[in-house]
Design a protein around this ligand. Structure first.
Ligand code: CP
Length: 311
């Protein structure tokens, strides 16, 4: 996972998408995250003197705070830069300034192309902290949470994502299938994951004997699930077609009736922030099945492991 120093170059040692981690690296990262969670003080000086630049074009609570705390709690530090990336100066120039000052760049962008360009020009690792197409850091925390509930061997366990088949669903598909999970994505017609992501997930699922199913029926999707996962119906900065989207998504609300179709021991996941009363309900979020705050906590442990592996 070392970066090549030639510029520009094919990036290795970045987390541009979920697939930048090999399956072996994914297992190693999850084991390391569990070890860090169990004994965080053992890693208190692991990033001594290391620094991170956090470039965020979009708002964040969990991703920002967990990366900042991850750096600080392991002896490093971070600096936060909010605003458009590539407007005041080209992305490739930003990358080649930042890599002279910091050890890792964490970027939350509108376009996946921005992450790719940062990674292509930076000599230090670049981490995708959410783009239009992927949220790989979220997927790491998601599978860490599912592992802690159902054990490290997730083969044959079913996770169902209910809602809009975009970045969070894409990353779940590309990560959980490689751990051998049955991943189901239940969306209204027209909101399915991108075609190329479905093809990619079917391909990588074979690495871990996992599977992927796409359905437009939320009940069929949730039936037999060990974990039911949802996300907001309106992603950041995309408050368009509000009445139409509400009509399209309302049958996909994860409420107590839909949760009852899952296995009795099923857990409820949400990447947060949530719009209570839309994609899910107070009753589900506050239910004994809910693991949403454990999942949010796991962002910290998973990202500590990621930083350690990349740095
Ligand atoms: N889940 C997640 O990425 O949260 P933030 O948008 O608050 O970072």
């Amino acid at each position: 996972m070392n970066k090549n120093t030639a510029l520009p170059r094919v990036a290795v040692g970045d987390l541009r998408t979920d697939l930048d981690l090999t399956r072996d690296e994914l297992f190693a990262l999850l084991d390391l995250a569990a070890a860090i969670k169990a004994n965080p003080r053992d890693f208190g000086r692991a990033l001594d003197g290391k620094s991170a630049a956090m470039l965020f074009e979009k708002p964040s609570l969990r991703t920002r705070v967990t990366f900042e705390m991850a750096m600080a709690q392991m002896g490093g530090h971070s600096t936060f830069v909010a605003g458009p990336i590539g407007e005041r100066e080209p992305v490739r120039d930003m990358a080649r300034n930042l890599d002279r000052w910091v050890d890792v760049i964490v970027a939350r962008t509108y376009s996946q192309r921005t992450v790719e360009e940062l990674a292509n020009y930076s000599r230090v690792p670049v981490i995708n902290a959410l783009s239009k197409d992927y949220h790989p850091c979220q997927a790491l925390a998601d599978v860490l949470t599912i592992r802690q509930e159902f054990g490290n061997d997730l083969r044959g366990k079913k996770v169902t994502f209910v809602g809009d088949g975009f970045n969070v669903a894409h990353s779940l598909m590309l990560t959980a299938t490689r751990l051998g999970m049955e991943v189901c994505v239940a969306t209204p017609p027209g909101y399915e994951p991108k075609r190329e992501m479905i093809v990619l997930a079917h391909t990588v699922a074979q690495e871990g004997s996992g599977s992927l199913k796409i359905t437009n029926d939320p009940v069929e999707g949730v039936t037999g699930a060990h974990a039911v996962y949802t996300d907001v119906w309106f992603s950041m900065g995309e408050q368009t077609d509000v009445p139409q989207r509400l009509a399209d998504f309302s049958p996909f609300q994860v409420n107590e009736a839909l949760m009852a179709k899952a296995r009795p021991e099923a857990i409820f996941l949400h990447c947060l922030p949530a719009k209570r009363g839309e994609e899910t309900t107070d009753a589900v979020m506050e239910s004994p099945q809910s693991r949403i705050f454990e999942e949010a906590e796991n962002r910290l442990h998973a990202q500590k492991a990621l930083l350690l592996m990349l740095l």
